[in-house]
Write a protein of this length. Structure first.
Lengths: 112, 111
């Protein structure tokens, strides 16, 4: 059974720092991995999707990497800003179905 | 472009009352549709998903049910709400194994 873990559960850093959020999964037979952002009381916003055959994806100051064989993904945020404060969730899509398996999220606070 | 709507945005209901939450998607056809619940301080729990009209799969046994009367409409219902049904309900859609897009959510408080 696939399990997705996100470490740390919470992170507080000063503005301007580069930071890394971690996501690990137990079953490497994934179809893709997705990173989402959730602001308090809001729905989720899709940030990046990495196909199982890809190593990384980039969008602006965000870079997500995938090491499928070791069951790990990282979300790198460059030059963090207070507006980046949110909960970041990763989820993996398994082969043969369209259900995402979710991590519990990392709550990120960027201090001005 | 595709958009997803949910209503109502907030709802306060007494225990034992019925529930109907609606989700509609615009700008796509034959989407896969999902209902999630997010309890306070907890992760996302998949409740139902649908790959087509009238096709509903349930992930968690409970007093909730879902229906898909039209291709882009997904409804979450209950005949009698429990206190434990309180939470943030999110609808999402996807086309095959691609990005999943979420609606704005409905905050349900059962009193």
């Amino acid at each position: 059974k696939q399990e997705v873990t996100q470490i740390p559960a919470a992170l507080s850093v000063p503005e301007g720092e580069n930071l890394v959020l971690n996501c690990s999964f137990t079953d490497s037979a994934i179809y893709n991995l997705q990173w989402f952002r959730q602001d308090p009381g809001k729905g989720l916003t899709s940030l990046l999707l990495i196909q199982s055959s890809q190593r990384e994806q980039t969008s602006g100051r965000l870079n997500a990497s995938l090491d499928k064989s070791s069951g790990r993904s990282t979300l790198y945020i460059a030059a963090s800003q207070p507006g980046d404060s949110a909960t970041y969730l990763c989820a993996v899509l398994m082969d043969s179905n369209y259900q995402l398996i979710w991590g519990a999220g990392t709550k990120l606070i960027i201090k001005p | 472009s595709q958009t997803i709507h949910q209503w109502p945005a907030t709802l306060v209901q007494p225990v034992g009352s019925p529930l109907s939450l609606e989700c509609t998607v615009e700008g796509t056809s034959n989407p896969n549709l999902y209902w999630y619940r997010q309890a306070a301080g907890r992760g996302l729990q998949l409740l139902f998903y649908s790959v087509g009209i009238g096709q509903i799969s349930s992930e968690v046994p409970q007093n909730l049910s879902a229906s898909r009367p039209q291709d882009r409409q997904f409804i979450l219902s209950s005949k009698k709400l429990l206190l434990s049904d309180s939470g943030f309900y999110l609808c999402a859609w996807t086309r095959g194994p691609s990005r999943q897009y979420f609606g704005p959510g409905t905050r349900l408080t059962v009193t």
